[in-house]
Ligand binder design. Structure first.
Ligand code: ADP
Length: 465
């Protein structure tokens, strides 16, 4: 699994929830086990100490009555009776020299090393311990004078059996904990995945709505919980939004129709009248009427396009087409306007990738960008179209050597009715780029601009393949 895949997986809520619960389980199980382990080891230690004390009393009695020889026989009798209790028994004279030493059975090979370590240990009455050379255990012992005796009797016990038991407990616990974490994480992921399914449906529906599909709804699972409530409320909200948007669109269509009809009639009448002989003044007046009617009609079309794209009611008829089939007709359309300003338009078509778009809409986008490039470029300059592609997208750029845009205006040029051209030297309403952005966004693409005043601008539109 690659790092990117792991990162994407860790960003899923169900995985994060399962991870947090597993972590919580490991911490609480670890703390509980730590406490249990501590009490168990303390208990086993006390148990060992009481065995040592009992043995010390027993051997001190034997020593008082039968001396070292009696002690030796008692030890071998004990060994036959009780098996290998890892006991240490030592008798020391009043000067601290060892008179007799029996080391635990499992440490016979390290007899001299144990003796050396015992020599280094003080002979004060009470409890003490040494580190055993055998498997790194400890030997806990009790040392004092048997009643009425000058010698010291030391009785100790290896911690090996107790350590082994604690180690086994720790191993069993770790195994149980690992199984519980694995099973818990898998089940946790399964259940949180199921619980979060409505949330994922909600997100995918929201994405569809963002793409303009206002009729999309979230499937409602009748669970009776908060998720059901959330999805139902969201669907009701979408019903209401769709109702409002459709109503608004119908109203806009009606208004557009109501305005367009008289304007078209006005233009037709003016053009018809222009065909007949007329005085120069009348002709000028009629030409102004026809041009104004044309302007009102195109402004109306732009406003309707913008409303459609921004409200998400724009219907796209997507086709798989080559970039050149989008760019070339637009260049042809603007050839005459460009010629008037002696501007040369070229298309660098090293590659001609396919894109799935609504061709007239994307031509409208390219037309708006080319119109601006010609409008804001000086006569005799050049406008260049280019196409690039990546794994998942195609980018069309249009570069001019025009007046450019000030850096503070750059973020605002996409706003409705914003015109960076404050001198109003060129005709325009300031809605061309808003339409460009909205149409590209409806296609799931993005727009970008780089510009420097006096040098020129570079607009790019990135469309998903
Ligand atoms: P307009 O109808 O004014 O051209 P747009 O929305 O198309 O409206 O553009 C907004 C503003 O962005 C324009 O007023 C202009 O100042 C600036 N602009 C757009 N394209 C260019 C360009 N190629 N070169 C310089 N300025 C540009």
């Amino acid at each position: 699994m690659s790092f990117a895949q792991i990162k994407r997986l860790s960003q899923r809520l169900s995985v994060r929830l399962a991870f947090y619960f597993s972590l919580l389980f490991v911490i609480s199980a670890g703390v509980s086990f730590g406490i249990l382990y501590f009490y168990l080891s303390e208990h086993l230690k006390k148990n060992d100490q009481s065995i040592i004390e009992a043995k010390w009393r027993e051997y001190s009695e034997v020593y008082r009555s039968s001396g070292i020889d009696g002690l030796k026989s008692a030890l071998s009798a004990d060994r036959t009776r009780e098996g290998d209790i890892p006991l240490l028994v030592q008798v020391l004279d009043s000067g601290g020299a060892s008179l007799f030493l029996k080391v635990p059975e499992d440490s016979q090979a390290e007899h001299s090393e144990i003796e050396k370590r015992l020599r280094k240990n003080d002979t004060n009455d009470g409890w003490s311990d040494i580190r055993s050379p055998h498997e790194n255990d400890r030997i806990d012992f009790f040392i004092t004078h048997p009643e009425g005796q000058s010698v010291l009797l030391r009785v100790g016990k290896s911690s090996d059996p107790r350590d082994d038991l604690l180690e086994s407990v720790a191993q069993v616990f770790s195994l149980i904990c690992a199984i519980a974490v694995a099973v818990g994480a898998a089940l946790g992921m399964f259940f949180s995945n199921r619980t979060l399914a409505p949330l994922r449906n909600l997100v995918s529906t929201m994405k569809e709505v963002r793409q303009g599909s206002l009729s999309s709804r979230v499937p409602v699972t009748p669970t009776g919980d908060e998720m059901e409530e959330l999805t139902s409320i969201f669907n009701q909200m979408l019903d209401r939004v769709e109702h409002l948007v459709v109503g608004m669109r119908e109203t806009l269509d009606n208004i557009a129709h109501d305005i367009r009809t008289p304007v078209t009639r006005m233009r037709a009448v003016a053009e018809l009248r222009l065909k007949a002989p007329a005085s120069p003044d009348d002709r000028t007046a009629l030409e102004v009427c026809a041009e104004s009617a044309e302007d009102v009609s195109s402004i109306l079309t732009s406003l309707l396009d913008l409303a459609e794209a921004e409200t998400g009611t724009m219907r796209l008829r997507k086709e798989l087409v080559n970039i050149s089939s989008l760019v070339r007709p637009v260049i042809e359309l603007y050839e005459m306007v460009a010629e008037d300003k002696a501007i040369m338009i070229s298309f660098e078509a090293f590659i001609d990738p396919l894109v799935n778009v609504d061709p007239p809409r994307i031509r409208q986008v390219l037309g708006n960008l080319l119109d601006n490039a010609i409008k804001y470029s000086p006569p005799g300059s050049e406008v260049l179209f280019q196409a690039e592609q990546s794994d998942d997208s195609v980018t069309i750029t249009i570069k001019d050597r025009g007046q450019g845009i000030h850096v503070e205006d750059l973020p605002r040029i996409w706003d409705r009715l914003f015109r960076a051209d404050r001198s109003r030297s060129q005709q325009g309403l300031g809605i061309g780029l808003s339409i460009v952005r909205s149409i590209v966004q409806v296609h799931g693409g993005t727009v970008h601009v780089e510009s420097e005043p006096g040098t020129g601008s570079r607009f790019s539109i990135r469309l998903p393949k």
